[in-house]
Design a protein around this ligand. Sequence first.
Ligand SMILES: [Fe+2]
Length: 230
Amino acid sequence: MLEEKRTYVHALTHEIINFLNINRDKSIGTRLALERLVAMDLSMNQIMDTPAVGTRHENVLSKAIKEINKPELLGIAHALIRAKKYLAWREDNNNYYQHGDDVGKQYKTCNLHTLLIGPDACGYYQPDFLLGIFILGPWTFYRDHRHAAPELYLNLSEKSNWRLGTQDWQEYPAGSFVWNEAESVHATQVYDEPFISVFIWLENVMAPCVTFPVDDWTIIEANLHRKDNS
Ligand SMILES: [Fe+2]
């Protein structure tokens, strides 16, 4: 069982790193993440013997993976399908957030992640770095927030909507990167399909996230479903 897990988690990790390498000029964050990754021993025998943890959001997870269809991302998608049952899938019940912060009702209803690399990962141990897969259910507004960890997203979903700092909302396609420097504010909107991404925190992974209130939260949450008819 451990050998199978090691085979599939190793393959998934290296599919992701391969994609980052091929696209290293697409984002400053890609290059910075690769600088950290090359310094790590990510050989198969370093993968930890941790128990798999399933999820109540299995349907959302399977659907999100199934809908990854950009040819360049199929290597990651197929590796994820094979690794899925060996991974520890966890929900953020505000444990990443400062006490009392509220990142939105839909976020709490359906968020999911697994850590391939990190202090509490089911793959490789690293004390101050995170690399994982992050999922949000359909019709989610993940409210504006910031954190001390510089963050790179690789969008696997066909479409997601991002507000970076005070810029206007912008849709990002599959295969695109979102780079959030330390303490820069960002928010995400997910429409009718679940959102799936690779996420990386480059350092300061123990510092909590903090919400950044914007006066349009109530309107965005009230109107999110209406995009269904547009
Ligand atoms: Fe973030």
